[in-house]
Design a protein around this ligand. Sequence first.
Ligand SMILES: [Zn+2]
Ligand SMILES: [Zn+2]
Length: 324
Amino acid sequence: MKSAKLIDSKVKIIDIEKPSLEGKGAIIKVLGCGLCGSDIVKIKHATKDNEQQIKLGHEVVGQIVEINSNASFKVGDIVALGHHYPCFNCDFCRIGAYSMCETFKKSNISPCGFSEYIKVDENHLKYTVYKVPDNIEHEEISFLEPLACIVRAIRRAGYELNKDNSKSNALVLGLGSIGFLTVQALKAFGVNAYGYDINNERMEFASRFDISYKKDKYDVIFMTSGSSKAIPTALEHVRDGGKIVVFSSIENEEGYKNNDIYYRELSIIASYSPSPEDYKISYEFLCNKKVNVKGISTVYTLDNLAHAIEDNICGKIFKAYIKI
Ligand SMILES: [Zn+2]
Ligand SMILES: [Zn+2]
């Protein structure tokens, strides 16, 4: 079967053996997989020593073709899924830092999302796999994992679904695909949410999702921009006593100055990857169309994966969905 692999820092589609099911789990025929910003970061930072271990693609939609599980899925089910789950038992899990858990980091789909077939294990089926309803396009439900990451960031900021957040406001800095989803997800949490990007074209595209900018002081700033230039903008817009959620890596090591944070009593918090609870909320938001992801992705074939990556890096597209 075909599968993507990094070879000498280049993304190649190679022919490998189809995964086989031994013990519990499922084999899934991949129908499509979203290209994540983290895939691009992995490619950019790949070295000769680590490229063997790099798995590309985790925002999978597929069909179960073989299953041996206690979960309620069956052969033929169309599912969407993510790739990591925690152990719920270690010291990281105890403090709610699920994405820092060793099990979380080690767990993954095999061989990778940009493949014709993948294998998932019993815990994936329990925590990160969801049945796709008929009323949603595959391309749309492929946002299950990225939206779950966003849900976690929103919950890390202290927002909860069953609370009244209507007096709170938040600003999302950086309007790429993650920015569009973050503003909408904040609104689904009942927060007065706005977005900003220095790029006018992006601001214009954002208006399709009812996203606008308002000059104001905000309770929470979400940093989805990969540029350190957004840091002064965040400090300018955050209310004294407010929070800045770090939700993206940046190219250099620039950060927040001690006294900027101290005298204004700011909280700088980070959010990395989702927990199983976040998948549930993400799934509900997508299925009930509380977050609109239509028109964000551009579709490519697996053979054109390298092209999709190039187009994403140069900013020609917001997001790629690889149809397999
Ligand atoms: Zn992702
Ligand atoms: Zn753990």
